[in-house]
Design a protein around this ligand. Structure first.
Ligand SMILES: [Zn+2]
Length: 207
């Protein structure tokens, strides 16, 4: 993410390598071991989440209270990586937000990344990013002063937990953030960082 090239081996499972950066602490699978875009898309097509599934809506809805506390409706948001059934977009519209939805596979309207927003949500997205530093930097640039980047991703914890962590076994997961990785990002951007949940990280832009 930070562009350092002195990466250390964090874990090898015989299928993929997991390299850890000593600076930003991101654990990343090297690019040559990523799925092809077609194979990646096929994985997402197989695992479509149902917009109307109450369990899934509850899962995503955990982002709403901390978001509302920071940026109450009406505010303009972008859901980045909304997937084939934009459940979170529906939920946030119901809550009174004006929402746009972008997805590199299912809603690839690049014009949406040239606008600015009061907040951007990325739920279960950053772990799929081949170039997280570049993509997150671009999103950060789309936020207005006081804007919030609301990220939902499971965080890497102690090294001994890594080999049995289910998150690692998803072949579309290539970037594993820890709390330290978010702290590094916050320092780099001069952002205010909070962790409103075990898998939530919010970065707020200074006004
Ligand atoms: Zn790094």
């Amino acid at each position: 993410m930070c562009g350092a090239d002195d990466l250390g081996i964090h874990y090898l499972d015989g299928r993929r390598d997991y390299l850890r950066c000593p600076r930003c602490r991101l654990i990343h699978v090297p690019a040559h071991q990523h799925l092809s875009p077609a194979a990646e898309r096929a994985e997402y097509d197989r695992h479509r989440n149902d917009v109307h599934d109450p369990g899934y809506r509850r899962f995503l809805g955990r982002i709403l209270p901390p978001l509302r506390a920071r940026r109450p409706p009406p505010a303009q948001g972008l859901d980045f990586g909304c997937g084939p059934g934009p459940a979170l977009v529906a939920l946030l519209r119901e809550a009174g937000y004006a929402m746009a939805a972008y997805d590199p596979f299912y809603a690839p309207d690049a014009r949406l990344l040239a606008r600015d927003y009061d907040f951007i949500t990325a739920t279960e997205v950053v772990e799929h990013l081949a170039r997280p530093g570049e993509t997150l930097g671009r999103l950060w640039g789309c936020l207005r002063p006081g804007g919030v980047l609301a990220i939902m991703t499971q965080r890497a914890r102690e090294a001994w937990r890594f080999p049995t962590w289910h998150y690692v076994r998803d072949p579309t997961h290539v970037a594993f953030f820890s709390a330290d990785t978010f702290r590094w990002l916050a320092r780099r951007w001069g952002a205010r960082l909070s962790f409103p949940g075990a898998d939530l990280a919010f970065l707020e832009k200074p006004r």
